[in-house]
Design a protein around this ligand. Structure first.
Ligand SMILES: [Zn+2]
Length: 453
């Protein structure tokens, strides 16, 4: 632990962060519509009690973003930005064991939508900034905080809006946010994935055309059939392998945690000839196999279908929306070319919205070593793994202002704790109290090592 934090009463700070998270979970910030303003005002009050003067910036009625800054004097070193989003996805209350917006604690676990995605990081970040403000320790760089709206609907009223309208308030050398920092176990060994790259995004519409006609007389040029054949090809075939340096680094780190068989098998995932076989046979956990399959290539998942309006009329058009994701090192143009090759001449493909390229944290950046040191000290035997996420985070926008972004929202989990990854957007989202308290110590130590004199 950094010397500046050695006198801290961690039991008290831990209880406070549990209470803060429980309170945040009681605000229903389901997006859409988001309605983050009340939650953000609550956070602003919490910071003011610790002597921090935050700003609440509102892009639209009911929407709000919080920014705060602890000044680092004239050291001139690049600021650190702690960040998290306060909006959440919808929860179907009837499917939960405890209500999703009550912030209840049962048997040492805090329940609620947002407990892992990602009000826990917001609570820990606010607690860390408040703690350092109360301690009054001198900083050698600015410590910035952004608690944002609208991540779950694409960031237009959140990080993207801040970057476009208030860039000076969120510009940083480094950013810590989603996704990563919670303990995973591989063959019994603990590791902490730290996001150093995220895939790009290209949402697409495919439109098949054909001749119209009476349903009683089948035709080969039926648009619904053409679209279905295309979607079946997209669903069944894996697109080309993309062996980026980031993918290699991720797999090598995972392999180093494995026994001899895993150590030999995982690097073969980057080999065009063996990759699919290893995914099918060599990765025991089905969820892990799907994740690795996704991070190693461009992908497109068909999600929305539209065609026809009457059972006896063959429609002239059928369309589908596809959630396209761009692998590290690839591009929108490459993804489109791969899909066009599967589509054939009767299907038009077009973007629904401007695509976003992949985000990559520069290799050799000094903060990864610091994070790895914090993980090793706070969880003996555990290692930090530089990971790729197939998803989308606010890092897309912080990185536009030059920040090297890491997914590091630390939570210490035990092997018996519920499956953390499965709770993102899932039912019964919850976080162990002990894991959150340990996470606060890890985050505060990380910030102190990077920012305190
Ligand atoms: Zn999230």
């Amino acid at each position: 632990m950094h010397p500046a934090l050695e006198q801290v009463d961690w039991e008290r700070e831990g209880e406070a962060v549990v209470e803060l998270l429980a309170a945040l979970l009681r605000f229903d910030t389901t997006n859409p519509p988001g309605n983050e303003a009340a939650c953000v005002e609550f956070l602003a009050d919490a910071l003011r009690r610790d002597g921090v003067e935050p700003e609440v910036l509102s892009p639209a009625p009911g929407r709000a973003n919080l920014v705060a800054r602890l000044p680092g004097g004239d050291g001139g070193q690049a600021p650190l930005l702690l960040n998290g989003h306060v909006d959440v996805v919808a929860a179907e209350a009837g499917r939960w064991r405890h209500p999703p917006f009550a912030g209840e604690v049962h048997d040492g676990v805090i329940w609620g939508r947002g407990a892992v995605d990602m009000k826990q990081m917001v609570a820990m970040s606010v607690a860390t900034v408040g703690l350092l403000a109360r301690l009054g320790v001198p900083l050698r760089r600015d410590l910035k905080l952004a608690a944002v709206a609208d991540e779950e609907a694409g960031c237009a009223a959140g990080s993207q809006w801040l970057v476009d309208h208030h860039p000076d308030k969120v510009r940083a050398g480094h950013a810590l946010g989603e996704v990563g920092g919670a303990t995973f176990y591989l063959g019994g060994r603990p590791f902490y994935p730290v996001q150093v790259a995220e895939k790009g995004i290209a949402w697409l519409r495919a439109v098949a055309s054909g001749a119209t006609g009476h349903g009683s007389i089948p035709r080969d040029d039926n648009a619904v059939v053409r679209l279905s054949e295309f979607l079946a090809r997209v669903g069944r075939r894996r697109l080309a392998l993309r062996a980026s340096p980031e993918a290699r680094r991720f797999l090598e780190a995972l392999a180093s945690l494995q026994g001899r068989a895993g150590r030999a098998a995982l690097p073969l995932l980057l080999h065009p000839r063996w990759s699919n076989l290893v995914l099918r046979r060599g990765v025991r956990d089905a969820g892990m196999a799907r994740l690795l399959g996704a991070v190693l290539r461009n992908t497109a998942s068909p999600t929305v279908l539209q065609a026809g309006s009457k059972v006896n009329v063959i429609p002239g058009q059928a369309s589908a929306e596809l959630d396209g994701r761009i692998a590290i090192g690839s591009s929108e143009a490459e993804l489109l070319a791969e899909l066009r090759a599967l589509a054939g001449p009767d299907i038009e493909l077009a973007l629904i919205a401007p695509s976003q390229p992949p985000t990559v944290t520069p290799r050799g950046d000094e903060l990864f070593g610091l994070l790895a040191g914090v993980v090793a000290e706070h969880h003996p035997g555990a290692v930090a793994v530089p990971a790729i996420t197939p998803g989308f985070t606010d890092a897309k926008f912080w990185s536009r202002l030059g920040a090297a972004c890491y997914g590091f929202a630390p939570v210490r989990l035990e092997p018996s704790d519920p499956d953390f990854a499965a709770m993102f957007h899932g039912d019964d989202e919850r976080i162990p109290v002990a894991g959150l308290k340990a996470g606060l110590r890890m985050l505060a130590d990380t910030v102190a090592r990077h920012c305190c004199r």
